[in-house]
Design a protein around this ligand. Structure first.
Ligand SMILES: [Zn+2]
Length: 510
């Protein structure tokens, strides 16, 4: 009863804040309600989640969380399930709690079969631990799992959370399912997290607490993710690509984890699909990419990274007992989430947004738009908190793959950093050419020859290269220069993507 009154008050406060922040355009409407609620009721995530009737699906990884979640949500809802999802992409603990607050009634009651949560890498262990009772386990409250990005849980406090393991009468139901989907681990916002292997260690420890009635859906092609399936009590299923035609010609700069996690030897790749995802094995101890439970599905969205998202979503759905036929039918007209390959038509011209927030994701966006024959690309680089304040990661993006005939526009808070990076990529192309034609490097294959030729053209044609601080002006100039029926591709960081959408939806452009 006391809990109900407390939760009701927190819901009223939360909703009011959310309403005000939306009306006054203050932002953070999807995190403040949860932030306040967690302060007054640290155990509130469990209070809500124990009301979920059937299953909770947690999706984590550097890239692809939103698209994968949306695919699973689409299918479950078409199947008639009531699903709660942190759609705003707010993926820290306060974002998850906010999603519940905004979907519950004023007495804190949730009517939902399932919850799908995108969870931030550093927050995942805390969320899993908070939900322990959901599938019938006990909480460990390991301090190693807490992190600076989730301060509200970094210190044990008085109140219900400190009251020890819950009894059978506290909503525990071991028939409920927990499914954890782990997509990949790339270098991302190092200033917030430190190295990816610390995250992987924390994940490994918390996953060891899972019981046999929980499920792990893991990416076999990412060595660090694949390792997480070893000696776990949870059921483990793997997805990964088999199609060797999709192998990259060379390993790109954004390669992160290439050492064996068991013995430390350098891993050998028979082929790489992108970044460090591929067919790998350890020459020293014999550890190798595990066999996959799902390796192909029809292409729903362009880009190899979306093939991974699709495999992760479909494998999860198959595991839940859905039939292939149903999944195909329900995903037939799947539309990407906002900012992910989202399309706008403005005065007979197309604009497509490819959210690009870290080297691995950026390389994949670039590769996809180049494959689509992009002639105009606008890069928008911001350095606000959701983007990460340190923009040095742009030096790990393989801009050298840009070829002839592409007009480049640059905008955002850090437009000049991006401009320098792009200029340098042009210089690197030139110096590679000098080497190639100076007889020092031999042209090895036909494929390589054609690449050199296109780089040569890049330099001769000296494309349009415009730096414009005002994003609105940059989009406007881009659209003006674009022939009808052509596409302006925009590759923004996260906060920049929100701004781009605002400008396009507000049609301030016209
Ligand atoms: Zn090894």
């Amino acid at each position: 009863m006391i809990n109900t009154i407390r939760v009701s008050l927190l819901i009223i406060i939360g909703r009011t804040i959310s309403f005000l922040s939306q009306t006054l355009n203050l932002g953070h409407g999807s995190t403040w309600p949860g932030h306040i609620a967690l302060y007054f009721y640290p155990d509130i995530l469990f209070y809500f989640s124990k009301q979920i009737k059937d299953k909770i699906i947690l999706i984590a990884g550097t890239n692809g969380k939103t698209t994968t979640s949306k695919m699973i949500q689409t299918v479950l809802e078409k199947k008639g399930k009531k699903v709660i999802h942190n759609e705003s992409g707010a993926n820290l603990l306060n974002g998850l709690v906010s999603a519940f607050i905004l979907k519950s009634n004023l007495l804190g009651k949730i009517e939902a079969d399932d919850a799908i949560f995108e969870v931030d890498e550093a927050t995942l262990p805390i969320v899993i631990d908070n939900l322990a009772s959901f599938w019938g386990a006990e909480r460990l409250q390991n301090r190693f799992w807490t992190s600076p990005s989730t301060p509200s849980l970094s210190t044990p406090s008085s109140g219900p959370r400190g009251s020890g393991p819950r009894g059978q009468n506290d909503g525990i139901n071991s028939n409920k399912k927990l499914i954890v989907v782990l997509l990949n681990l790339f270098r991302d916002q190092l200033d917030r997290y430190g190295e990816v292997d610390i995250i992987a260690r924390k994940w490994n420890e918390v996953l060891e607490t899972l019981s046999p009635n929980t499920t792990l859906i893991l990416n076999a092609d990412d060595p660090q993710i694949a390792e997480l399936g070893i000696s776990k009590k949870a059921k483990v299923f793997y997805f990964g690509l088999e199609d060797e035609k999709l192998f990259l010609e060379k390993t790109e700069d954004a390669t992160d984890s290439t050492f064996c996690l068991r013995c430390g030897a350098k891993l050998i790749y028979d082929g790489v699909f992108y970044s460090h995802l591929g067919h790998w094995h350890c020459p020293s101890c014999g550890r190798k990419r595990p066999a996959t439970n799902l390796s192909s599905w029809q292409e729903l969205l362009p880009g190899v990274y979306n093939r991974y998202n699709t495999l992760a979503a479909v494998l999860t759905l198959l595991h839940l007992g859905l039939l292939e036929k149903e999944i195909k039918e329900y995903l037939n007209d799947f539309k990407p989430a906002f900012g992910r390959q989202e399309e706008f038509i403005i005065a007979l011209k197309k604009v497509r947004i490819f959210l690009s927030k870290n080297p691995a994701g950026f390389n994949e966006s670039l590769r996809t738009v180049i494959n689509e024959g992009a002639r105009e690309i606008l890069f928008v680089l911001n350095d606000r908190i959701p983007d990460g304040r340190d923009v040095s990661w742009i030096w790990d993006v393989d801009f050298e793959m840009l070829h002839a005939g592409v007009d480049l526009f640059v905008s955002g808070d850090r437009a000049y950093d991006m401009a320098v990076r792009l200029k340098y990529s042009g210089e690197r192309q030139k110096s590679r050419l000098r080497q190639d034609f100076g007889g020092q490097a031999k042209v090895k294959s036909q494929k390589h020859k054609s690449k050199v030729k296109s780089r040569n053209e890049t330099i001769k044609q000296s494309n349009n290269f415009i730096v414009e601080e005002s994003l609105e002006k940059a989009i406007k100039i881009g659209l003006e220069q674009l022939p009808e029926k052509e596409t302006l591709y925009i590759l923004p960081t996260y906060s920049a993507m929100l701004e781009v959408r605002k400008i396009l939806i507000g049609k301030k452009i016209l």
